[in-house]
Write a protein that binds this ligand. Structure first.
Ligand SMILES: CC(C)(COP(=O)(O)OP(=O)(O)OC[C@H]1O[C@@H](n2cnc3c(N)ncnc32)[C@H](O)[C@@H]1OP(=O)(O)O)[C@@H](O)C(=O)NCCC(=O)NCCS
Length: 146
């Protein structure tokens, strides 16, 4: 099991996993988002886990300059997305991916790693707790059409 930063050669494999996590993304959005991340490596870091020639999971992280709920410093690194292919779960892939994000955050002088999860995604809540995150807040988003 090897965790490394994604390169342009990984766009297809990384994209296939992104679509499993966010199936609502259109093909154009997928390409645009990946390009934006690749073009700003100081702002975004993408890590892939590779096993036996297959990419088993990814983690995307960003450097957030704006206020992040529950954090005490700024900027912080935010875990924007993490996904492990079903057949590779419960073997420590997410643990390794989050450790790589933490290393990146420390390298760039950041002291807090933040994240979020849907209220119903209790497996993600367990993963966060088991990986050392503490819960800070629960929020409900609202919108009004104007
Ligand atoms: C959440 C997810 C990324 C975890 O990946 P994983 O590689 O299976 O996680 P790991 O094996 O590294 O486990 C990390 C910790 O989380 C806990 N954990 C992971 N899956 C769990 C489950 N199904 N039930 C209970 N605990 C679980 C483990 O106990 C582990 O802690 P431990 O090593 O101290 O026991 C994976 O289930 C997934 O991709 N889910 C769908 C996408 C998703 O929900 N992403 C998060 C969006 S916020």
């Amino acid at each position: 099991m090897k965790v490394r930063r994604a390169s342009v050669d990984d766009l297809a494999a990384w994209g296939r996993l992104r679509l499993q996590l966010w199936p609502e993304i259109s093909p154009d959005e997928l390409v645009d988002e990946q390009a934006a991340m690749q073009e700003a490596p100081d702002q975004f870091a993408v890590f892939l886990c590779e096993e036996d020639g297959s990419v088993s999971g990814f983690a995307e992280a960003s450097l957030r300059q704006d206020y992040v709920n529950g954090c005490e410093t700024s900027p912080v690194v935010f875990l924007e997305g993490i996904f492990v292919a079903p057949e590779y779960r419960r073997r420590g892939v997410a643990r390794r991916l989050v450790a790589a994000v933490e290393d990146w955050a420390r390298e760039i002088g950041v002291r807090e790693l933040a994240s979020d999860a849907e209220l119903a995604n209790t497996i993600s809540h367990l993963m966060h707790r088991h990986l050392g995150f503490e819960e800070t807040e629960r929020v409900v988003y609202f919108r009004k059409e104007l």
